[in-house]
Design a protein around this ligand. Structure first.
Ligand SMILES: N[C@@H](CCC(=O)N[C@@H](CS)C(=O)NCC(=O)O)C(=O)O
Length: 205
């Protein structure tokens, strides 16, 4: 039986980043659903497991990690090749700079603008959308000249940035002005092991 458990919520783009890499690396794992809408992340039972009170959260034997970016780094280093996360300092830093965009402009921008609609969260939607467009413009500049964000091949930077860009319509942000970003979305979706945000078994469950 697998010793890897992902504490997960099907509608979460942050969890989707992790599910994508687990699938692409063909890592056997179990998933435990923590219902963010029902506020299960704040329950004492879950906080005993993850004091940060957020999903995704990964347990791999003795290793316990919160935060989608940290989990991507761990899985890439532990189970992937250096293609996913190069070990050359400059190449690694290029990946990290796009993880920062995923954690700043895309999270505080697109993800929060989506959460206003999806979860009724009290963020200023227009400000969030504006921040999200800043991230999309940065991505468009890069992707107009390259197929992937941080290297000549896919890295965890692409998986980190993918979910909330793919969900931009739910954030009320059109991707019309970003043709290179739209082509990149299609490239990510063509990767072996790509899985949609909601998988059939999740819908059934
Ligand atoms: N920076 C974190 C953000 C995680 C996050 O915001 N998770 C949301 C679900 S998408 C959550 O658990 N929210 C519950 C809460 O904050 O109370 C990451 O990248 O994993």
């Amino acid at each position: 039986m697998s010793s890897i458990t992902l504490y997960d919520f099907p509608l979460s783009g942050n969890c989707h980043k992790v599910r994508l890499l687990l699938s692409m690396l063909e890592i056997d794992h179990e998933r435990v659903t923590i219902d963010v809408v029902a506020n299960q992340t704040a329950s004492p039972q879950f906080k005993r497991i993850n004091p940060r009170g957020q999903v995704p959260f990964l347990v791999d034997g003795e290793v316990r990690i919160w935060d989608s970016m940290a989990i991507l780094i761990y899985l890439a280093r532990r189970y992937g090749t250096t293609n996913w996360l190069p070990d050359d300092p400059a190449a690694e830093a290029l990946v990290m700079q796009w993880l920062a965009v995923a954690g700043d402009e895309l999270l505080y921008g697109l993800a929060r603008a989506r959460a206003v609609w999806r979860l009724g969260r009290p963020f200023n939607r227009e400000q969030c959308q504006q921040e999200g467009r800043g991230g999309l413009s940065l991505m468009e500049q890069r992707l107009a000249q390259a197929d992937w964000l941080a290297a000549e091949h896919v890295t965890i930077a692409d998986l980190a940035c993918y979910p909330y860009v793919a969900l931009a319509d739910e954030a009320g942000v059109t991707l019309e002005p970003y043709p290179a970003v739209r082509e990149w979305l299609a490239r990510v979706e063509a990767l072996p092991g790509w899985v949609p945000l909601i998988e059939r078994e999740d819908e059934a469950g």
